[in-house]
Write a protein that binds this ligand. Structure first.
Ligand code: IPE
Ligand code: IPE
Ligand code: MG
Length: 241
């Protein structure tokens, strides 16, 4: 299949847990880091194809809060790959009208990573075809903690009544309040778990899991996910129509 099937249903917002880089590399007898390197090709293809299809927001889980517990050598390799990505993918982002944003805590990221991230964010700020949100040093529970703190500060300062807090208030205090909640959550490498990703935002996302590892993921697999998504009945708690 080299052309997109014509029965694709394109969601407004997609989130991806890009998993299985290490396993993919180990199966080939390579170091885990080579799996991360090859994962970049899958990122480029997914970003380009989502932008072409008209997806408004794509959120990629690149490095979790929990990933800070990995061996230092792997963290260093991931951070240097991230720096390379932030520079080398700039032409792809510009050619495809992609605006880059970040979700996550900034504290543990190095000044170099933060600087390159800021440069790419500024460079792409005027692009409006698709927003690419990179979740780096991201944890959904820390995101909720940070949101609760921000809301509590407003209550303590007398700017907000506790009774006025509703779902929209919580959403408005997350890292990227401007992004629509994911309609579709894709996970590669077969694990049936959420791994602390976008817990609030995926309340009603459709979940699609493939056994393929992330470095193997190509646009054909994205199309498969979108075809499966199109067959889902999203009931939102109602009775079937
Ligand atoms: C996903 O691949 C990339 C990150 C979590 C940074 P993994 O590194 O988790 O690969 P596996 O799951 O160990 O195969
Ligand atoms: C989730 O993958 C995090 C990212 C894809 C960045 P992990 O490999 O860290 O998740 P677990 O450990 O299998 O839950
Ligand atoms: Mg993993």
């Amino acid at each position: 299949m080299s052309e997109a099937p014509d029965d694709l249903v394109v969601p407004r917002s997609i989130a991806v847990i890009m998993d299985g880089n290490g396993r993919w590399a180990r199966k080939k007898g390579w170091q885990r880091v080579r799996g991360h390197e090859h994962g970049i090709t899958a990122v480029r293809e997914t970003v380009t194809e989502c932008a072409r299809l008209g997806v408004q927001a794509l959120t990629l889980y690149a490095f979790s809060e929990e990933n800070w517990s990995r061996p230092e050598t792997e963290i260093a390799a991931l951070m240097s790959l991230l720096k390379r990505f932030l520079v080398e993918e700039r032409p792809t982002l510009m050619q495809n009208g992609v605006k880059l944003v970040h979700a996550g805590r900034r504290e543990r990221l190095s000044p170099e990573v933060l600087a390159l991230l800021a440069e790419s964010v500024a460079l792409t700020a005027g692009n409006d075809r698709m927003t690419l949100c990179l979740a780096i040093s991201y944890g959904a529970r820390t995101e909720l903690v940070d949101a609760m703190r921000a809301i509590a500060r407003k209550v303590a300062a007398g700017q907000l009544e506790p009774e006025a807090i509703d779902e929209a208030t919580i959403s408005a205090h997350l890292y990227r309040p401007e992004l629509p909640d994911p309609d579709l959550l894709i996970r590669t490498a077969g694990e049936l778990r959420v791994s602390n990703f976008l817990l609030w935002q995926i309340s009603y996302a459709e979940i699609w899991v493939t056994d393929l590892c992330w470095p193997e993921f190509r646009k054909q697999h994205l199309w498969q996910a979108l075809q499966a998504y199109g067959k889902r009945e999203r009931r939102f708690g109602r009775v079937p129509s």
